[in-house]
Design a protein around this ligand. Sequence first.
Ligand code: SF4
Length: 285
Amino acid sequence: MRGTRINIVFQDPMTSLNPVLSIEQQMTHIQYRDQTSRSAKLKKSLAMLESVGIADPHKRIAQFPHEYSGGMLQRISIAMALQARPSLLIADEPTTALDATLEVQIIHLLKDIQAEVGCSILFISHHLGVIAELCDYVVVMYAGEVVEKGTVRDVFHNPAHPYTQKLLECDPANIQTKTRILPVIPGEIPDLVNLSGGCIFSSRCHCVLPACETHVPQRREVTSGHSAKCHLLPTWQPYCNLKTCVFVSASSLPCALYSIEPALRALTRCEMPVFPYTKGKRWHW
Ligand code: SF4
């Protein structure tokens, strides 16, 4: 995908570049849409290499991919993707094949280039620290399904979906005590060919309810712009004015809510059981 509107940086720079063509050939070939001379294309390629931090680009552009390190190849991939000044750059785990030092360099490079080119970056990653550093908006996916989305601040500080909560708990950066056993989410990803009728995360969820096995949860808003697909979240309807009242009650008299749960369910048109659950010492709905 080498368009002027959308471009992509792949996960493994070793395999995303052609090993039998020099960098010069590859960088000038992808400018085939430009109605410019070969020398102009070469000049543009050299400028791009320089902007991604390749030292001595006049000499290095004639070299082949095997003559570069992994970090340099990823820089060249980014340079090739940004040559067309796309509106959207898809970065598919661009730092996975790199060590930690190079990862930081590539993240800063992407941020700088984004500011310079003015493009949006769709950053695909399982690295939570990198996402928190680079992104403004996060979409959490499980087994091909969007389970939660919102701003970085909302999702990282107030995760609403049990999968997001577990993901953050498993992040080594969040582990405070010395341990040899890293936390994991037990179980396996479900068979996507033979899915059951309920929530896609139900076989691994620590908060699972009986209804989760049979009913697919709908997307529910946690706060403005922050939503998740989980039965534990309330289904407030626009006409219902009980939201404030119930939240006040939930923080002060959670046990009493069990007794009025059928009435609450009817008033909020919630199809699922309305049970409060605890996270730390706070009550959540
Ligand atoms: S719907 Fe049920 S199984 Fe799915 S994430 Fe929420 S609590 Fe867990």
